[in-house]
Design a protein around this ligand. Structure first.
Ligand code: GN1
Ligand code: MG
Length: 371
């Protein structure tokens, strides 16, 4: 698809004149570009094509992001101890929060957060601790944003019951004739489905509280500065009511995996326990004041829960012929699912250790608070 980026950018209120752009290869859903302008000393902009197949209500989505970034900016302005940055929506020349072109494509522009970097694979425990703390602070800062200010940008996003139902429907429909290739993975899913449904049961019964959560806490959605302080949480498309388990679990799925999400050599997939421990300590330090016993008791398991739900989504997309996640080759989604399932197996072997680490971190914070 040929896109006239200069023309698209001309619909936004930017500083200076458009000078050029480059494609940024990040994420599986939206398309991203860095835009440079002539404004002296300006860091530039981050342009995104919003995937409307996935985000059906773009207006609701952008209103959410506006509510969340506005709330965060207010909180940060009121507390000099919180050194964080917030992404900022750059409005269109007509004042709207996004631009829709004549072909039905949706576009948005953010300020570019410069001099920052992220991690697909976490290099050391200091970075993991910082990341855990940052996602915990992010959630704490949003705790008093009224949930009715947010729409559900993707309904049933982490609803395991629905995800399983969809998967089994896809198996029956078999639109891409790929079911024959995944018998082992189907068995894997069936074997664990019952255990995975314990979390939605706790949510339904009200035993697990609903909070405003990020819902896409891939470790690379945390930006770090040159001294490796976590400075900014990005990708706010799925901020909506959810469980804290979703945010903890997804960060472990990505940050504590020793391999890439789509590694083809499964022997490289393992859980890095020191990284897991450091992330857990950082996260618990910044959320302990609000965590309930049911949340604490399920924190370690949430890593398996989130790895399962995302593995299941990759596998479903493979069966469906890849309509959802961007893929670079035909088995890409299957390879991603295989990595998730291998990660679950290694986490199952380490389940007691992972629980112990949570309890130790709770104990440590408890003591710190007393002294
Ligand atoms: C998608 O596009 P990206 O990488 O930010 C997906 C997440 C998955 C992730 C898997 C809206 O996020 O839920 O965990 O891929 N986002 C959406 O890597 O579906
Ligand atoms: Mg995302």
């Amino acid at each position: 698809m040929k896109r006239n980026i200069k023309e698209i950018v001309s619909h936004f209120s930017i500083a200076g004149e458009f000078v050029g752009f480059s494609k940024v290869n990040i994420g599986h859903i939206n398309d991203s570009y860095f835009v440079k302008t002539s404004a002296a000393g300006h860091p530039g902009y981050f342009l995104q094509w919003i995937n409307n197949y996935i985000f059906k209500d773009v207006e609701g989505l952008m209103n959410n992001i506006s509510a969340v970034t506005g709330h965060l900016a207010e909180k940060l302005a009121g507390d000099p101890n919180l050194i964080f940055k917030v992404i900022e929506i750059i409005p269109c020349t007509d004042g709207k929060k996004f631009y829709s072109d004549s072909a039905g494509n949706y576009w948005r522009l953010y300020n570019f957060i410069d001099n920052m970097h992220g991690y697909d694979v976490v290099e050391n425990t200091k970075i993991a601790y910082e990341g855990g703390k940052a996602f915990g602070i992010f959630m704490s800062l949003l705790a008093d944003l009224p949930a009715d200010h947010l729409t559900e940008t993707i309904p049933d996003f982490h609803n395991m019951e629905k995800r399983l139902e969809t998967f089994f429907h896809s198996l029956t429909a078999n639109p891409a004739d790929r079911v024959k290739d995944i018998q082992q993975e189907i068995d894997f899913v069936k074997k664990r489905a019952g255990q995975m449904l314990t979390i939605p049961a706790l949510i339904k019964s009200g035993k697990l509280p609903k909070r405003i959560t990020h819902n896409d806490t891939k470790f690379n959605n945390i930006l770090f500065d040159k001294t490796n302080h976590a400075m900014c949480i990005v990708d706010l498309d799925t901020v909506m009511p959810g469980s804290i388990l979703f945010d903890f679990g997804d960060a472990i799925r990505t940050g504590a995996n020793t391999a890439q999400e789509d590694e083809r050599d499964l022997s490289k997939v393992d859980i890095n326990l020191p990284i897991y421990e450091a992330y857990t300590q950082g996260f618990i330090k910044s959320t302990r004041h609000t965590l309930t016993d049911v949340e604490i008791n399920n924190l370690a398991f949430s890593a398996r829960f989130m790895t399962f739900i995302i593995g299941l989504r990759f596998l479903t997309d493979f069966v469906d012929g890849d309509p959802y996640f961007r893929t670079l080759y035909p088995e890409h989604n299957l390879d991603r699912a295989k990595v998730q399932f291998r990660l679950i197996e290694v986490m199952e072997k380490n389940a007691d250790k992972m629980n112990e680490i949570v309890m130790q971190a709770i104990g440590k914070v408890g003591k710190e608070r007393v002294s």
